[in-house]
Design a protein around this ligand. Sequence first.
Ligand SMILES: [Zn+2]
Length: 368
Amino acid sequence: MKAFISTVLGYDPEQKNIEGGILGVVKAYYGCVEAQGRGTLHCHMMVWLEGGLNPNEIKEKVVNGNEVEFRDRLLAFLDDTIMTCIPPDPGPEFDVPSSRHHPCSVRGVPMDLENEQLHMAEQKDLHNLAKQCQSHKHTKTCFKYWKGPPEPRECRFDLDSNHFCERSTMDSENGEICLRCLDGMVNDFNATMLAAVRCNMDIKFIGSGEAAKAILYYITDYITKSQLKTHVAFAALELAVKRLSEYHPEEDELTTRAKRLLQKCAYAMISHQELSAQQVCSYLMDYEDHFTSHSYKNLYWLSCENFIDKEDPSPECRRILKTVYSPALMMSLGRLTIALTLVTMTSQTQMMYMSTKWESLLTVLANS
Ligand SMILES: [Zn+2]
């Protein structure tokens, strides 16, 4: 990832590199590492480009300023950056490593080729890569949220062989950009990035309109997903189990039973948490779980929320939230409530303890 950032994105922390990388001059980036269902680690990254306009500015220029030349340049940049189909196969005579082995498992083209030979070999390699890594085939998971008729059966990755749009366009009334789509079953990619990282990738332009809103929501959701680090969670759980097993002579029957139930839940969480080999390796090797050009201050949301509420109380907004989450309230309702909440949360949210809510709940448990 670090090589990708410095070489492909051409990011210069000193901001002196005016040549930039494959997307232009990068002003900032933020990426976080995630494990997918099968455990494979992947990175979601936002990249801010120098001189990049925000959706409102783009709209202002094109809709109100009627800047046709700007619109055409922007669309040309996007078409140049984002590929939406498998590039043509230059022919069987070009033999590259990715023709004989899976393209992800080999390096690109031989280093000793020159000019036309090199160009054709790169074409062939890119064709192989795109075909293997970017072509989508619908599987059961594509439709796992489909509720059945009358709802249309749509792939949740929004890939459809009927999608086709020959040219990128921009709506002259609302400035919404509609990018061309030459093959509805191909995940958008950048040719240089694909050739460099040699694995499945996706690239989106965050411009304007509904598509941009959807992407912004998706990305923010990923970035703000506060992942409680696994070893931190285990340490907290272990402490909770220890505290729960302590015997207090003054406890009544109900409390003892509640504690035993909680203990069982905590044990189940420790023993049933699934970690992929990739995740384990990544933790052991001390690899980073996020990459960013900037540094941030932590915002402790719950404390912040409590502070605001204390300064300017608005009970009508907080009543519902409090019932579910506030550790203080749960404490006052007694331990059985905590136990019930824990059980419900465990079954309903499938190990959602990686969120801050669990962090505070575990603190309550550990202190109770
Ligand atoms: Zn699909």
